[in-house]
Design a protein. Structure first.
Length: 228
């Protein structure tokens, strides 16, 4: 007997998003369809201003105003209230941004511990998980360093560990190495992809860099509000 098909981690069906600017309607997303499977790493490719960040906001349930269907781990998010969407986001999604947004008064370990404690994990368990992730990212000797004592690449690795701290089914990354030089960008992306694959998470990674996108499992292109 064949195995049943896997349920996508996230599925978008006809997702739309429009804005009013100066009395003019701008259609950023015009009916986006996408399914990301468990463990799959997908590059979302497109030039600046193409709507990649808007699409990630839709997938991450970060704001309203979207049309169509967004299904997270089998749950239709558009039919959920604010509290249910927050639960979906907390239990299934991790985020990594272009700018690390680390808390400056906390060291690397603490920056990865805090989101776990917010999710209900006790501190001792959270510290074990944080140390494991940071060590796997090559920061085992930098656990007690604050962001100001870390290089840009090291800070972004801490942000990667934070995004994966709660073992999300899906990691959303918006130009996660866009603020780094090319050599550092390559090292951070390789560490990021290695960690995501090791954790068994899926990822949707927005980038405008064709070379980086080629390192991922699949590439989708956002053009004129549609995926191609």
């Amino acid at each position: 007997m064949s195995n049943p098909p896997m349920q996508p981690v996230v599925e978008l069906r006809g997702v739309t998003r429009s804005f009013e600017q100066g009395g003019v309607r701008i259609d950023v997303l015009r009916g986006v369809d996408l399914a990301v499977q468990p463990g799959e790493i997908v590059a979302l490719l497109g030039p600046s201003g193409s709507g990649k960040s808007t699409m990630l906001q839709a997938v991450g349930l970060l704001e309203g105003g979207f049309g169509g269907e967004i299904i997270i781990a089998g749950t239709p998010a558009e039919k959920s209230d604010s509290g249910a969407r927050t639960t979906l986001r907390r239990e299934h999604i991790g985020f990594v941004y272009q700018f690390h947004h680390l808390l400056p008064d906390f060291n690397a370990l603490e920056n990865v511990v805090l989101p776990q404690m917010i999710a209900g994990k006790d501190r001792a368990e959270a510290e074990v998980r944080a140390e494991e992730l940071l060590t796997r990212l090559g920061l085992g000797e930098r656990l007690d360093h604050r962001p100001s004592q870390l290089s840009g690449g090291e800070q972004q690795r801490v942000a990667v560990a934070r995004g994966l701290a709660n073992k999300p089914d899906l990691v959303l990354a918006d130009e996660p190495t866009g603020n780094l030089d090319e050599q550092t960008s390559d090292r951070v992306l390789e560490a990021f992809l290695r960690l995501v694959r090791g954790e068994g998470s899926a990822a949707l990674i927005a980038t405008h860099n064709e070379r980086l996108a080629a390192k991922m499992d699949r590439v989708v292109r956002l053009h004129d509000g549609l995926l191609r």
